[in-house]
Design a protein around this ligand. Structure first.
Ligand SMILES: CC(C)(COP(=O)(O)OP(=O)(O)OC[C@H]1O[C@@H](n2cnc3c(N)ncnc32)[C@H](O)[C@@H]1OP(=O)(O)O)[C@@H](O)C(=O)NCCC(=O)NCCS
Length: 177
C-alpha cells in the first residue's frame, strides 16, 4: 500500500476514483462537490493524502487550513480560528472493500504526522454521530475530544442528526531536533 500527498499535479490521475469512493460512502448531506474536493486536495497549505494499491485508489483523506472552512458550523466558532495553526480534516474515506484492515488508521496517522511537520498544532473535524461511528472511534483513539455538539446540522431526515466537532492536539515538535 502506498500513501502519497495529493497536489495539483497528481489530482487528475486520482480524481475519478476518489469521486467514486466519495459517492459510494456518503449520504447526500455529507457529500462534497467535486470542485470543493479538488480545491482542498490541491491546496499546498493543506495535508491531503491518497492511498493506492497498484492503480487502484483504496482511500484518501483531505484537509486544509481551518480558515478555509470558516463558513462551516464547527470551524466558525472554533477558538483557534484565525490562528492559522489548526488543520481542518474535511474528509477521510476508505473504499468499502478495503475497510477494517487498518487503512483508515494509517491515513489518519500519516495526516497527523505531516500536519505536525507542517507546523500545525491541532487537527479538527466534524463527525456525524452514528453514521460516522467508525471514524469517531478511530479519532478518539488518536486523542480526539469533542469541542461542540451541533444539532440538526445535516440537510436530511436521517437520525441521529448530530455533528461532533472535535480537536486532536498534536505533539509540539522537540526544539533542537
Ligand atoms: C471511517 C473509515 C475511514 C475507517 O477506515 P478503516 O480502514 O475501515 O479503519 P481501520 O481498519 O483503520 O480501523 C481503525 C479503527 O476504527 C474503528 N473502527 C473501524 N471500523 C469500525 C466499525 N465498523 N465500528 C466501530 N469502530 C470501527 C476501530 O476502532 C479501529 O481500531 P483498531 O485499529 O483498534 O481496530 C471507513 O469506515 C470509512 O471510509 N467510512 C465511510 C466514510 C466516513 O464515514 N468517513 C468519516 C467521515 S466524518
Amino acid at each position: 500500500m502506498d500513501i502519497e500527498r495529493l497536489n495539483k499535479h497528481n489530482w487528475a490521475r486520482y480524481r475519478d476514483q476518489i469521486l467514486a469512493i466519495e459517492k459510494n460512502a456518503y449520504e447526500a448531506a455529507r457529500r462534497d462537490e467535486p470542485r470543493t474536493l479538488e480545491r482542498i486536495a490541491c491546496n499546498p497549505a493543506g495535508v491531503s493524502l491518497v492511498a493506492t494499491e497498484g492503480d487502484q485508489v483504496t482511500g484518501f483523506c483531505l484537509a486544509g487550513p481551518l480558515e478555509d472552512f470558516s463558513h462551516v458550523h464547527g470551524p466558525n466558532t472554533d477558538p483557534t480560528l484565525s490562528s492559522r495553526t489548526t488543520l481542518y480534516s474535511a474528509d477521510t474515506c476508505v473504499a468499502s472493500q478495503w475497510r477494517g484492515r487498518g487503512l483508515g488508521r494509517q491515513l489518519k496517522l500519516a495526516q497527523l504526522v505531516q500536519a505536525a511537520g507542517a507546523g500545525y498544532r491541532i487537527v479538527s473535524g466534524r463527525n456525524r454521530a452514528g453514521l460516522a461511528h467508525a471514524m469517531w472511534v478511530l479519532n478518539r483513539s488518536l486523542g480526539a475530544r469533542a469541542l461542540h455538539l451541533i444539532e440538526n446540522d445535516y440537510a436530511d431526515s436521517l437520525e441521529p442528526n448530530l455533528c461532533i466537532y472535535y480537536h486532536i492536539t498534536l505533539p509540539v515538535p522537540d526544539e533542537g531536533q
